[in-house]
Ligand binder design. Structure first.
Ligand SMILES: [Zn+2]
Length: 470
């Protein structure tokens, strides 16, 4: 027995079409003119008045990651349950290479952490924090044999996962041969560390100084430098993660205009939140909002939020991911009391990306088609998962979200909140739409506000190379 999703509106990057969708086993097998899909012998889900979209793909998460003297509060089980509740059917998590450890050991550890735990399908990007000859060789091996085709580097955090310009150039040259995608955390960490030390010496220890010591110009500068290095390495595809600043967006837009293979990612927190009302809350409350790059001030000379929404609309930004890196306030964010530099960096949001970007559709910032493109289809194409994932089409995995535009969602602890966190940065936010049904490879995970998933349903995905390029 299959499942027929009847009378809904299927959304793809190229438009919205009224169609019946037939699922058999783990796949979508056919699309029909509405009302003509076969009912007999199938379960019928009536999607009248609802949107039928591909399952979300979050290509930037940190689950079970040791960081800042603690470990993020979601492991692969709790994190992927929250993902499922948010209509996310694939996560690409960042496998860590601890400084000094081999890349292969780092990857093996991530496989161990995730195996048998995941509610949704998953893959890894390999983070590289020790960029030596062995690591460069490992990039080739992972691309060819392990289905790991993206690699993340840091221009921030000197003394930890930082890579210098020469190391980054070498990694890019390696990628120009093996076809891997270079992902970059672009902030000038050397300059930031000077500003942090000066602020602390002045007694500026409150959480808001986290933002003031990581100014947008230093994100713009590092983005520029990464773009130049990728050009010198042979126009190797470069993906700038978690962009927060108009200055950085300018650099990506210009590079794209000049024909470079540069792609930008932003996250819901930079589209919805500012320093005001978050990091500047009285006492230590602002620690809940510490992430890097930081939330930006609305009193800056640039309007970062407006520019990021525009960038998303204009395809200067290709992808929305979450950089889900959750910590509880109690005992975790609290490690930085009296010193903002010791607050673990990261926000939780794996569950709320489709919701928060949909709210941009409601507000007229972007189209339904762009919503699906930036949250589902482009991530699949850039990360070598298309057309298995990211599209409602015959032959594709039946990863499907049914979205009801006529119901509301209230985000917050005790409301809609499934991440293992004792607070939500989106507390009280109302979304003018609601996830109705979530299906992963034909199995219903969420329906009627109930969860039916199980750990181990999610499978590891060996990914191909980026297929977004000419
Ligand atoms: Zn991250």
């Amino acid at each position: 027995m299959g499942t027929l999703i009847a009378n809904g509106t299927v959304i793809s990057p190229t438009g919205r079409i009224a169609q019946d969708v037939l699922v058999d086993g783990e796949r979508i097998v056919a699309l029909y003119i509405p009302g003509t899909g076969p009912r007999d012998g199938h379960r019928v889900i009536d999607a009248t008045g609802k949107y039928v979209i591909p399952g979300g793909i979050d290509v930037h998460t940190h689950l079970d990651l040791p960081l800042g003297g603690t470990v993020v509060s979601d492991n692969f089980e709790t994190g992927t349950i929250a993902a499922a509740w948010g209509g996310v059917t694939t996560v690409v998590d960042m496998a860590d290479q601890h400084t000094g450890e081999s890349v292969h050991d780092g990857l093996a550890e991530w496989h161990e952490k995730a195996a048998g735990k995941c509610a949704v399908d998953y893959s890894f990007t390999q983070m590289i924090s020790t960029l030596d000859d062995e690591s460069l060789k490992a990039m080739d091996y992972l691309t060819e044999h392990e289905g790991i085709t993206s690699f993340k580097f840091f221009m921030a955090y000197p003394g930890a996962c930082y890579s210098d310009d020469g190391q980054i150039l070498r990694a890019m040259q390696q990628a120009s041969h093996n076809g891997g995608l270079i992902m970059m955390h672009a902030e000038n960490g050397i300059a930031i560390d000077v500003l942090v030390a000066q602020a602390l010496a002045r007694g500026e220890t409150d959480p808001k100084y986290h933002s003031f010591t990581r100014p947008p110009e230093l994100e713009g500068e590092a983005t520029h430098r990464a773009i130049v290095l990728s050009k010198v390495a042979g126009n190797v595809p470069l993906y700038i993660v978690h962009m927060s600043a108009a200055e950085a967006l300018d650099e990506v837009a210009e590079a794209r205009h000049n024909g470079q293979n540069v792609f930008g990612e932003t996250c819901p927190q930079y589209l919805h939140l500012t320093l005001e009302g978050t990091l500047d809350r009285p006492g230590f409350e602002g620690a809940k909002f510490v992430c890097s790059p930081p939330l930006r001030s609305k009193h800056d000379h640039r309007n970062h939020r407006a520019d990021l929404w525009k960038g998303l609309r204009m395809n200067e930004l290709a992808v929305v991911a979450t950089d889900h890196c959750p910590f509880c306030f109690k005992d975790q964010k609290e490690l930085g009391r009296g010193n903002f530099a010791k607050i673990p960096n990261g926000l939780g949001g794996i569950e709320h990306r489709l919701e928060l970007i949909y709210q941009g559709v409601v507000a007229g910032e972007l189209s339904l088609e762009r919503w699906v493109e930036t949250c589902c289809t482009t991530p699949a194409r850039l990360f070598g998962l298309f057309p298995k994932k990211g599209i409602i089409a015959p032959g594709s995995d039946a990863d499907i979200v049914i979205w009801d535009p006529n119901r509301k969602t209230e985000i917050g602890v005790g409301k809609k909140h499934h991440s293992n966190m004792d607070y939500s940065v989106y507390e009280g936010t109302i979304i003018d739409g609601r996830i109705d049904t979530v299906m992963s490879r034909g199995t219903v995970l969420v329906e009627n506000d109930q969860y039916f998933g199980r750990p181990g349903h999610g499978k590891f995905l060996k990914r191909g190379l980026c297929n977004y390029l000419a």
